[in-house]
Each structure stands twice: as C-alpha cells, then as structure tokens.
Design a protein around this ligand. Sequence first.
Ligand SMILES: *[C@@H]1O[C@H](CO)[C@@H](O)[C@H](O)[C@H]1NC(C)=O
Length: 139
Amino acid sequence: MQFQTLASLLFATASVFSQSAKAQDTSCAPGNVGDWFSMAVYPQIHNETYDSTFDMDYYSQQQMPWIYSLFKPFGMKGYTITTLERSAPYSVLTLMYFDTAEQFEEALAAHGEEIFDRVPLFSSEFPPHYIGEVTNTTI
Ligand SMILES: *[C@@H]1O[C@H](CO)[C@@H](O)[C@H](O)[C@H]1NC(C)=O
C-alpha cells in the first residue's frame, strides 16, 4: 500500500518533469534572432493605501494558454512569462513570439477585445504592450 502510493507519486512527478522538458524541447524554438514579439507588462503599485494584485495561477494556467490557442493560427510560436521583483514598476513581463510583427497585429485585431475583457479576472492593472524584435540571444 505504502509502496504503491510512493510509486504512483514518483510516476506522477516523473510525468510532470517529462512534460515540462518536452514543452521546452522544440526543434523550432521561439525567441530566436529575427523573431518578433509582443511584450505585455503588468504595472504594480504598492503603497500605504493601494496594492496591485495579480493571480499568476490563473494567468499561467488559463489566460496565456487560451491566448496561445487563439493566436497560434496567426503564427504565434510560443511565449515566456517572467515575474519581476516587488520594487520594479511591473510585476509580470510576458513575451509572445511571432515570425513577423504583422502576424501579431492581425491576431490582436481579431481577438484583442475579448482578451482584454478578461484582464480583470486576474490583474488589477491593465497591461500596456509593445512590439519588438529579438536582436541577439546568447544562451
Ligand atoms: C497609492 O497609489 C494609488 C494608485 O496609484 C494612488 O491613487 C494613491 O495616491 C497612492 N497613495 C500614496 C499615499 O502614495
């Protein structure tokens, strides 16, 4: 009984690891030089009377996978979510990779409104976003 529990726990852990390894092991990895990206930044304000809130579980498990499913047909290649320290002006910085800036513009024109409608479900602040190009990576 105890062994079975341990074995199933180990198995569950192993499949979590193999899943995340698989997710990163793509032959055409996003974020290569020449890729374009949309950078969304979520402002954070913390003072005596105000505290920005951000639900990373919802964002990483619901919002971004949903956006990816909407944007993939327009050429979205993948994304990176990063979190910044509390003293930074932004709490979260997300990069969404495409081959061209136009692909992102088309995806946003088609789905931007429904995506921004859901921001209040996980963030107290609305994210400005900017388009940029990957110019160098050394990893
Ligand atoms: C705290 O931040 C809020 C939101 O930006 C602002 O309205 C308020 O004036 C700030 N309060 C202080 C004491 O700085």
